[in-house]
Write a protein that binds this ligand. Structure first.
Ligand code: PMV
Length: 324
C-alpha cells in the first residue's frame, strides 16, 4: 500500500577517491571503488506523490517544471526501479535544491539519493540501507555514497545487489570541511554520464584503475587516523589522475578553467605555509578545498576576493540521507 506523500533529504558528496568510468554503464557498476564525504548544509529535499490522471512522470526542481530531456533520465531510473521492485503508476516529483546544479557539486548524487529513499518510503519497499544505496546508484553512480552517513566507501561489486556504499566513519568522526570555491555556477557542457563513457578511451585509465586499491587504502586509513597530510597528498593525486584521464580521452574533456588551476596552486602554497588544506575537483571547474575546521577562515580570506571567484560555499561533514 502506497502512502499519500513521502519526503526525503539527502546531501551531495565530494569524492576523495573518484569514480570515473563504468564496468557496466546500464547498471552503473563502476570501474573502481571510491570514497567520499557527505556535505552538510547543501541539500536536496524531494517529495513524491501519485500524479493522478497522468500518463507520465513529472519533475519540478525549485518550482520549475523540467524539460522532457531531464524527465527522460528520471523515467529511465524509475523504470529500472519498477522492474526490480514492482510498483505501479506515474509520480509527481518535487525537488528543492539549495546549491548550483550540474556544476561539479554532485547535484545528481543528492537528487537520486533523496529520490531512492523517498521511493522506499512511499511504496513501503522495506529495503535496508545497502539496498537503498544500490537503488540510488542506478540513477547516478555517486548517489549511492550519499545514502550512508559521514565518510563513505562504495565497493564496486559485480552485480546490482553487491554495488553499494557503506560508512567508513560517521560525520562527527573528524571535523573536516569542504570550502567550495565557485568559479562558475553554470551547468557543465559534458555530463558525467557522457564522460564515464569516454574514460576507457584514455591510455591513462587502465593505470588509474590498476593503482586504485593502493589509493583507496591510503585514503581510508588517513580518514580513520585523522592524518591530514596523507589525506591531502592522496586526494590531490587522485583528482589529478582523474582529470588526466579526462584530458586524454577521445574526444578530450577539459573541466578546469584558468582560475581553477591558479586556485589549485594557491592551495598547495597555503599548505606549505601550514594551512591544512587540499584541493579536489569533480566534473566541473569549481575547486573543492578540503580542510580542517581551523583552516576555514584562512581559506575564506585567501579566496573571498580572488579574481574569477563567484562565491565560496562552506560545508562540514554531513549525515546520511533520511526521510523527513
Ligand atoms: O555519479 P556521476 O555519474 O555524476 O559521476 C560522478 C563523477 C565524479 O563526480 C567526477 C567523481 C565522483 O566519484 O563523484
Amino acid at each position: 500500500m502506497a502512502q499519500k506523500k513521502s519526503t526525503a533529504i539527502a546531501h551531495p558528496n565530494i569524492a576523495f577517491i573518484k569514480y570515473w568510468g563504468n564496468a557496466d554503464p546500464n547498471l552503473r557498476l563502476p570501474s573502481n571503488a571510491s570514497i567520499s564525504m557527505n556535505l552538510d548544509g547543501l541539500e536536496t529535499i524531494t517529495t513524491i506523490e501519485y500524479a493522478d490522471n497522468q500518463i507520465k512522470h513529472s519533475l519540478t526542481i525549485n518550482g520549475l517544471l523540467q524539460e522532457p530531456q531531464k524527465v527522460n533520465r528520471l523515467s529511465a531510473f524509475l523504470e529500472m526501479a519498477r522492474k526490480l521492485y514492482g510498483f505501479q503508476g506515474f509520480l509527481r516529483i518535487e525537488s528543492q535544491n539549495n546549491f548550483p546544479m550540474g556544476a561539479g557539486i554532485a547535484s545528481s548524487a543528492s537528487a537520486f539519493a533523496a529520490l531512492a529513499l523517498a521511493l522506499n518510503d512511499f511504496f513501503q519497499l522495506n529495503l535496508n540501507q545497502h539496498q537503498i544505496s544500490a537503488l540510488a546508484r542506478l540513477g547516478s553512480g555517486s548517489a549511492c555514497r550519499s545514502i550512508p552517513a559521514g565518510f563513505t566507501e562504495w565497493k564496486k561489486g559485480t552485480s546490482h545487489q553487491q554495488s553499494f556504499a557503506t560508512s567508513i566513519a560517521l560525520e562527527d568522526h573528524w571535523d573536516l570541511h569542504d570550502c567550495i570555491i565557485v568559479v562558475t555556477a553554470e551547468e557543465k557542457a559534458i555530463s558525467s554520464t557522457d564522460g564515464h563513457q569516454r574514460a576507457a578511451t584514455s591510455p591513462f585509465q587502465s593505470a588509474r584503475i590498476l593503482d586504485a586499491q593502493r589509493r583507496l587504502e591510503i585514503c581510508r586509513s588517513a580518514i580513520l587516523k585523522q592524518d591530514f597530510e596523507r589525506l591531502a597528498a592522496i586526494i590531490e593525486l587522485d583528482s589529478d589522475m582523474m582529470h588526466a584521464v579526462m584530458m586524454t580521452s577521445d574526444p578530450p574533456i577539459n573541466y578546469w578553467q584558468p582560475t581553477s588551476l591558479s586556485i589549485m596552486r594557491e592551495v598547495r602554497d597555503l599548505r606549505k605555509k601550514g594551512v591544512a588544506c587540499a584541493y579536489t575537483l569533480d566534473a566541473g571547474p569549481n575547486v573543492h578545498v578540503i580542510c580542517t575546521a581551523a583552516s576555514v577562515p584562512a581559506i575564506e580570506k585567501s579566496f573571498r576576493d580572488y579574481p574569477g571567484v563567484e562565491k565560496i560555499l562552506v560545508a562540514k561533514t554531513g549525515k546520511g540521507a533520511r526521510v523527513i
